[in-house]
Design a protein around this ligand. Structure first.
Ligand SMILES: *Cc1c(COP(=O)(O)O)cnc(C)c1O
Length: 384
């Protein structure tokens, strides 16, 4: 049994993927070829947003808007500590300071009340200037973006939705891009929408921001608004308007992603069926099964339970040949590289408790009922 079975999906669409790859090989345009532009259009349409810009990975996708907004030393960026490190990692890249915010005990997503307290505390101390909030769609579920938007507007801050795990999640039918200034995602193979290598993208309704990021991902090349009125007859790649980076998307990955995006909505439904069945069968045997907020559809990047004896249960499952994983055993604010950064008032008690109790079970759209029953039986056998 696999924790995430990528080959099951490959079996479904391997013909289409193989011929899409072959077309790129024949075209010879391996980086930022026409497949990238096509996929960007499909991605924007999927999330009902105006612009999508591909990039090299989901980490760069978060760094790019911070660069576009010219974050600098002395700026504060508020983000959860209960997340993958990339959410926080990009903040010090710009010399800015992450301020860690606690999460809600049911959804594991950023607590808007604690966020507001952290902003107030930062303003009162007067050492850092609040600039950006990064909400995370942890394990596939949209954070409370309507509330996070209100807080962002109240304090004049930008809002990023780090949707590396939750791309495709909706809130009463609306995508996070309806609330956040920009949504970022990762196409790392294990993510719900993954490619066959590294890749990432941003999605936004802000045309100027999308254009700035298009420039930054190609070494700060000149874009239309830079050259307006001027006549520069050479490739705008060689007219550098700002300090950027190399964060291009490969054509092969874009071609693969177009094929995967075509079945993605169906796969999200399949994941939701797997999750609903897990919930029903596991609820009596664990401390908590995942809670999804009212009106939210999760993409179920992970199916994560809480258990008082998490390490014992994990060892028990291992002995039965069932894989599991702990996301995340050490919250960001307790990692060596991040422990000197501030947290919101009162510390992060929910985050710290979750780190000791959470455990993720095998989850992918093609998880069969037999395998699922084996997993449930093993969990039930340990708990009783
Ligand atoms: C995976 C992930 C990222 C980073 O994506 P990469 O493509 O691996 O750089 C960022 N944030 C979250 C929440 C993630 O899960």
């Amino acid at each position: 049994m696999q924790f995430i079975d990528l080959q099951a999906q490959r079996a479904r669409i391997s013909d289409r993927i193989d011929s899409a790859i072959a077309k790129v090989l024949e075209s010879g345009q391996f980086v930022m070829g026409p497949q990238v532009k096509q996929f960007e259009e499909e991605l924007a349409a999927f999330s009902k947003a105006r612009h999508a810009v591909g990039c090299a990975n989901g980490t760069d996708a978060i760094a790019l808007p911070l660069m576009a907004w010219e974050l600098q030393p002395g700026d504060a960026v508020f983000c959860p500590s209960f997340t993958f490190c990339a959410t926080a990692e990009v903040i010090p890249w710009l010399g800015a300071t992450p301020v860690f915010v606690d999460v809600q005990p049911d959804t594991f997503n950023m607590d808007p009340g604690h966020l507001e307290a952290a902003i107030e505390q930062t303003l009162k101390e007067g050492k850092l200037t609040p600039k950006v909030i990064i909400g995370v769609c942890l394990f596939g579920q949209a954070a409370n973006y309507p509330r996070l938007r209100e807080v962002a507007d109240k304090y004049g801050l930008k809002l990023i939705a780090d949707s590396a795990q939750g791309f495709g999640t909706t809130i009463s039918g609306r995508h996070p891009s309806d609330y956040a200034d920009i949504v970022t995602t990762s196409f790392f193979p294990a993510k719900p929408l993954g490619c066959y290598g590294d890749g990432g993208a941003v999605v936004t309704n802000d045309a100027a921001l999308a254009e700035r990021i298009d420039s930054l991902r190609v070494h700060g090349k000149a874009v239309a608004s830079d050259t307006k009125g001027a006549d520069f007859e050479h490739d705008p790649k060689y007219l550098n308007m700002r300090i950027g980076m190399n964060s291009r998307l490969d054509s092969i990955q874009a071609a693969i992603l177009s094929e995967k995006l075509a079945i993605f909505a169906d796969e999200i439904e399949m994941r939701n069926r797997v999750a609903a069945r897990y919930n029903e069968k596991l609820a009596p045997h664990v401390m908590s099964v995942p809670a999804v907020a009212e009106g939210v559809v999760s993409t179920w990047a992970q199916y994560t339970i809480e258990h008082e004896d998490r390490d014992g249960l994990q060892a028990h499952l291992r002995s039965k040949g069932i894989p599991s994983a702990v996301y995340y055993p050490v919250p960001m604010h307790m990692n060596v590289a991040y422990e000197h950064y501030p947290t919101g008032p009162g510390g992060l008690p929910v985050t710290e408790a979750l780190a000791g109790r959470v455990m993720s079970l095998p989850m992918h759209p093609y998880l069969g009922e037999d395998d699922q029953d084996r997993i449930v039986e093993a969990v039930a056998g340990f708990s009783s």
